[in-house]
Design a protein around this ligand. Structure first.
Ligand SMILES: [Zn+2]
Length: 433
């Protein structure tokens, strides 16, 4: 009788271990504003080695607008900006009659999409996000298991140390945001010694990541993706601007929540056509009524996209007035995502990533289904596809996906079964039973 219990219990214990190989872990790192061709301007031995040991794409195609918050939420959800609703770093919602900025954490701004850290949690995995845009908001009732209030002073290496520790423990998905080389690109412009030096630093950081993975023996179980949200181009606010107030009567405008490479204009009632007429044929900008925004930008269906959109020619900015001429930045992004200068990097390495492979470029919306695939998760509805990334996925175990038993519940099951086993092993207790 006891023998049968014994065999049964050992079998269940073994089976929970044997079938755990149903999806590896993922570390997704975004190096903000890392233009695809930066690595051609300076020696990057660690990126080069990463590519040899994994897959790289020459570049990927970002989402429009090529801004940090919209693009990172697109990467996290696989949704175009018009679908998830984070359509700018600063925006106005006509239904809420409120403005959004980068400190807005209320659910109502962020619940238009399901980010990876939520998809993971909903299916029983554990997730951590280190400063990823949106990770402080409660979405579908959840946040990542680990998340923090943004603090740009935390050194990049500390963030990596934490990520490696979490992945060595029981966290299945870690998403880390790093603000460089974007900050340096804004300050000095993209083609400068300062940016080249910063790219070298980020290459050193990648070397640090690889060493940490070696030491923690994580390469057999964790897939690492290094990518970015957009590129960078030169700007000259003082001399290459279009002052919208020179062409339109600001008394017929209710709000312009965004200026720069793009400007969103909320006209007073019935003033939309007048504004469009006045801005049509102005050099260095293009003006669109919401209905006429080009389809390939996937940027027209959301209420936060206002009735008039101005898109500046590369290197130019659309401004509200002279008070904005003094912006000191020498680099900017936000332009048409099809411009070469707006395209970001992509690298991947790990147990499910082909080695030495050069992928064709794909879209930033494809990252969400790719990460779901690597984690063995059922993706939420999204605009991406695996059609472009399947060529570099190896050791595919999708027949056992989505996961039936999550790592955390699996651990509980193992502990539970071991406890029962112990009871039967301890004879005094067995006698009492
Ligand atoms: Zn950015």
């Amino acid at each position: 009788m006891y023998f049968i219990f014994y065999v049964l219990t050992i079998s269940v214990c073994l089976s929970t271990w044997m079938f755990e190989v149903s999806g590896n872990k993922v570390l997704l790192i975004s190096m903000d504003g890392f233009r695809w061709d930066y690595i051609e301007q300076v020696d990057t031995p660690n990126f080069d080695a990463f590519a040899v040991n994994g897959t790289r794409a020459q570049y990927i195609n970002g989402s429009f607008v090529t801004k940090t918050f919209p693009s990172h939420f697109t990467m996290a959800t696989g949704l175009y900006e018009e679908s998830h609703g984070i359509i700018a770093n600063s925006m106005y919602d006509p239904e809420f009659n409120e403005y959004f900025n980068k400190r807005s954490k209320e659910t109502k701004w962020w619940d238009g999409g399901e980010p990876l850290w939520i998809t993971a949690r909903k299916q029983g995995l554990k997730s951590a996000a280190y400063f990823w845009p949106g990770d402080e908001a409660k979405i579908k009732g959840l946040r990542p298991n680990i998340h923090f209030k943004f603090d740009g002073t935390i050194p990049f290496r500390s963030r990596i140390d934490s990520a490696v520790q979490w992945l060595s423990d029981d966290i299945d998905l870690v998403m880390v945001y790093l603000s460089e080389p974007d900050t340096t690109g804004h300050l000095f412009g993209p083609n400068t010694p300062q940016v080249r030096s910063k790219v070298k630093e980020m290459d050193d950081l990648l070397g640090y990541i690889v060493d940490a993975f070696d030491k923690a023996s994580l390469w057999d179980t964790v897939n690492v993706i290094i990518t970015s949200d957009h590129g960078m181009t030169e700007v000259d606010y003082a001399n290459k601007h279009v002052d919208l107030s020179n062409f339109i009567d600001m008394n017929v405008v209710d709000a312009i929540p965004t200026t720069g490479p793009t400007a969103n204009i909320l006209p007073r009632v019935d003033m939309e056509q007048e504004i469009i007429d006045n801005l049509t044929n102005v050099p260095h900008i293009k003006v669109y009524s919401k209905d006429d925004i080009p389809e390939h930008w996937h940027y027209k269906e959301h209420r936060r996209i206002l009735p008039v959109l101005v898109v500046a020619e590369e290197g130019w900015v659309a401004l509200k007035g002279p008070e904005e001429y003094s912006e000191p930045d020498l680099g900017a992004h936000g332009y048409d995502n099809t411009l070469s200068t707006m395209k970001p990097i992509f690298y991947a390495r790990g147990p499910n990533i082909k080695q030495g492979f050069e992928s064709l470029p794909f879209s930033i919306v494809d990252i969400y289904p790719l990460v779901c695939k690597l984690l063995c998760l059922k993706p939420a509805p999204n605009n991406g596809t695996l059609d472009n990334t399947k060529y570099f996925i190896v050791n595919d175990n999708s027949e056992s996906c989505p996961r039936v038993t999550s790592s955390s519940s699996r651990n509980y099951l193992q502990i539970y079964m071991l406890a029962i086993l112990s009871l039967f092993l301890i004879s005094p207790i067995r006698n009492i039973l």
